[in-house]
Design a protein around this ligand. Structure first.
Ligand SMILES: Cc1cc2nc3c(=O)[nH]c(=O)nc-3n(C[C@H](O)[C@H](O)[C@H](O)COP(=O)(O)O)c2cc1C
Length: 205
């Protein structure tokens, strides 16, 4: 078994540490955030930190990297308050990964990939057409994480669009059925396989 102390981690090669620390907490969610600027320019970017914060009210959060360089998604979310979250299907991982490339703000990732923008229910931000799970979200608040100069953005879910055949009768989404992937580290995309669903756990002893 390998062992790394904190001193070892601090002395690691930068890329090795990046890969190790990004993968050591386990699989992460894989989503594309769709936004639109005040003057109508679309933007699409892959995010692996989107997570559930609470179901009533329905809240999600994600971590935004330091805004020391221009962040198009962040700027659009702050100016419009609205954004979409779209599951990444296993057939689209190469394009999904490509949305992390640093294009200038006047270049839409929709124009550099096969993803198509879709507008639903007059919502102001673009959804990813054919994504099996699509969320319409509104930004609520941001919290600085002082330790590494990142931000936690808290948002509410305004609407959920789910392709037929994924939602089960108790509200659970079968993500395997949706073909949604998970992210391993910063550049690995994996297909999870469901093992079992369990009833609410109760103490047995
Ligand atoms: C697998 C993967 C996951 C990512 N997750 C995040 C994330 O959770 N938060 C973040 O700020 N950037 C994340 N990024 C980086 C953004 O995708 C990247 O900075 C992108 O250029 C942002 O686009 P924007 O400037 O158009 O908003 C991730 C990149 C990859 C490849």
């Amino acid at each position: 078994m390998l062992h790394y102390s904190r001193a070892d981690i601090d002395q690691m090669d930068k890329i090795f540490r990046l890969n190790l620390i990004n993968s050591c907490t386990g699989y992460k969610s894989a989503n594309l955030i769709g936004t639109q600027s005040a003057d109508g320019r679309t933007n699409l970017a892959v995010f692996s930190s989107i997570t559930h914060l609470g179901s009533n009210p329905p809240l999600i959060g994600f971590v935004l990297r330091p805004t020391t360089v221009p962040r198009d998604s962040y700027r659009n979310i702050k100016s419009s308050s609205f954004f979409t979250v779209n599951h990444i299907h296993h057939s689209t991982v190469a394009d999904a990964h490509h949305t992390s490339a640093n294009y200038p703000e006047d270049v839409s990732e929709f124009s550099k990939t096969d993803f198509e923008a879709e507008y639903l229910d007059d919502f102001q931000a673009p959804f990813v057409k054919n994504a099996k799970v699509q969320l319409a979200c509104r930004f609520l608040n941001e919290y600085p994480i002082k330790e590494n100069n990142t931000l936690l953005l808290v948002s509410e879910i305004l609407a959920i669009h789910v392709e037929d055949g994924i939602l089960e009768s108790d509200g659970w989404l079968n993500l395997q059925q949706a073909g949604s992937v998970t992210i391993n580290g910063l550049d690995g995309y994996a297909k999870p396989e469901l093992i079992e669903r369990f009833p609410y756990a109760k103490p047995t002893r």
